[in-house]
Write a protein that binds this ligand. Structure first.
Ligand code: SF4
Ligand code: SF4
Length: 441
């Protein structure tokens, strides 16, 4: 949707607003909304499987990082010819921006771009994300032992105090481990789950081995500031993404180092090595949305996902459902506001349009090529699919609590998206207003 059209729609009369709220109220009342205070966030129980909520086809293949949208241009000539001019243009746009716009985007990435951890984030096994112990903690004289419940409780406490806004635990599903990692033609290799390797390691030919004993994944969520995202597609919103990556470096390498200090093995995988969204779903942290992102009940899609793989036995979390997929069926806010028109308007499918998609899971597929082309021409990524999502609200907003989630699911995506539009949620926050406004978290 064009911005001026969007703004025009926001200029509503008091009568229209009251009419919409009245319709919503009547719908809610007829649905028996106020008769039940039960939470709509459903624990699907210990026997539920990822495939029950996020099914995979028999022909599904593990993701090969060669096909990552941003890496393809390094080996695929067609992609290079298409993307490189746009990437150069993006760099030029960014370099010529006013200092305030340019500096916030770059400075928010200070932590992630230092210590080699930016490379560690995208391909793994580098900088703070090294598969080798960093030596900050040292191996104990006696390994810490405790029940799996106690271990899970301790790691979640540690993760929270480092800055993760939510943490879940699941088993390492081999289908969600990438088949290959790729940085460039001389830095790449297979990723193998090995029954014989005693520790996580990278062989001289680039092959990475994960011992099969390392079967637990801790999934951590780092939130991005609400107001920064509301400025999308500006560089301030790109700064929010960079801050999210910096926060990942705060929560994941220390958690891995903590586990190593207890005498167990840990890979700070971050957002590399594994497919983080389905793992987050399996760890009970949310559901899959039309925008191709994890939707967390408290933060919506406004999170970065990061992971640690370990052999420390941990109690796992149950999958949670709170109605996102039904909601997204009738809400099109992200698709309508995607400047690249990369988000589908239809139902979920088994395959996407782009070679960069990981086909074979039943979900909504974003056209990654279109998304990356917009990124290149915009001078940086956008966050419109986070900004305009009905589940993205400031902390403390009524839709985050169990009753609010129930209200949202009963009203449905169509009405909620309409109410959002009328009330101005998802509207672009100007850069001037951003600096003047008190932070909403
Ligand atoms: S990041 Fe922007 S261009 Fe990409 S899918 Fe989201 S809204 Fe569309
Ligand atoms: S904007 Fe609407 S359709 Fe898109 S992910 Fe959010 S709730 Fe789903």
């Amino acid at each position: 949707m064009k911005q001026n059209e969007s703004n025009e729609k926001l200029k509503i009369s008091r009568r229209n607003f009251l009419r919409t709220v009245g319709v919503a109220g009547a719908t809610a009342a007829s649905a028996g909304l106020f008769l039940s205070m039960a939470s709509t966030r459903t624990d699907t129980g210990p026997n539920s499987k990822l495939d029950d909520t996020h099914p995979f086809a028999p022909w599904y293949k593990k993701f090969d990082q060669h096909y990552d949208g941003r890496k393809m241009r390094r080996w695929n000539e067609e992609n290079r010819n298409l993307m490189m001019p746009l990437a150069l243009q993006a760099g030029e746009i960014h370099d010529n921006r006013p200092a305030l716009e340019k500096s916030i985007r770059d400075a928010m990435g200070t932590v992630t771009r230092s210590f080699g951890s930016n490379a560690g984030l995208s391909t793994g096994n580098g900088g703070l994300y090294s598969w080798e112990p960093l030596g900050i903690t040292s191996p104990p004289k006696q390994r810490w032992e405790g029940s799996s419940e106690e271990a899970a409780m301790i790691l979640k406490r540690f993760s929270h105090d480092c800055g993760a806004v939510d943490t879940g635990i699941t088993l390492l599903d081999e289908r969600l481990v990438h088949s290959h990692w790729y940085e460039n033609d001389s830095e790449s290799g297979e990723i193998i789950i090995s029954d014989t390797a005693e520790k996580p390691q990278q062989l001289p030919d680039g092959t990475r081995l994960i011992p099969s004993s390392m079967k637990y994944v801790i999934v951590q969520l780092c939130s991005m500031p609400y107001d920064m995202i509301q400025t999308s597609t500006s560089t301030i919103a790109t700064g929010a993404a960079n801050l999210g990556y910096s926060m990942m470096a705060f929560v994941t390498p220390p958690l891995a180092e903590f586990i190593r200090g207890l005498g167990w093995q840990a890979i700070p995988a971050g957002a590399s090595t594994v497919s983080v969204i389905p793992l987050a779903i399996a760890a009970g942290l949310g559901e899959y949305g039309r925008n191709g992102l994890l939707i967390n009940p408290e933060y919506g899609p406004r999170v970065r996902i990061t992971t640690v793989i370990t052999d420390l036995p941990l109690a796992t979390d149950n999958i949670m459902k709170f109605g996102v997929q039904n909601f997204c069926e009738s809400c099109m806010a992200c698709a309508e506001n995607c400047p690249a028109q990369a988000i589908p308007y239809g139902s979920m499918t088994w395959e996407g349009n782009s070679v960069s998609n990981n086909h074979g899971a039943y979900k909504w597929y974003i056209d990654a090529t279109r998304c990356h082309m917009f990124e290149a021409s915009n001078g940086g990524p956008c966050s419109n699919c986070i900004r305009t999502c009905a589940y993205n609200k400031p902390p403390g907003f009524w839709t985050h609590d169990p009753f609010g989630l129930r209200v949202a699911s009963i009203l449905g995506g169509n009405i909620m998206a309409k109410m959002d539009e009328l009330m101005g949620y998802g509207r672009v926050l100007s850069q001037e207003d951003f600096w003047r406004k008190k932070s909403r978290g």
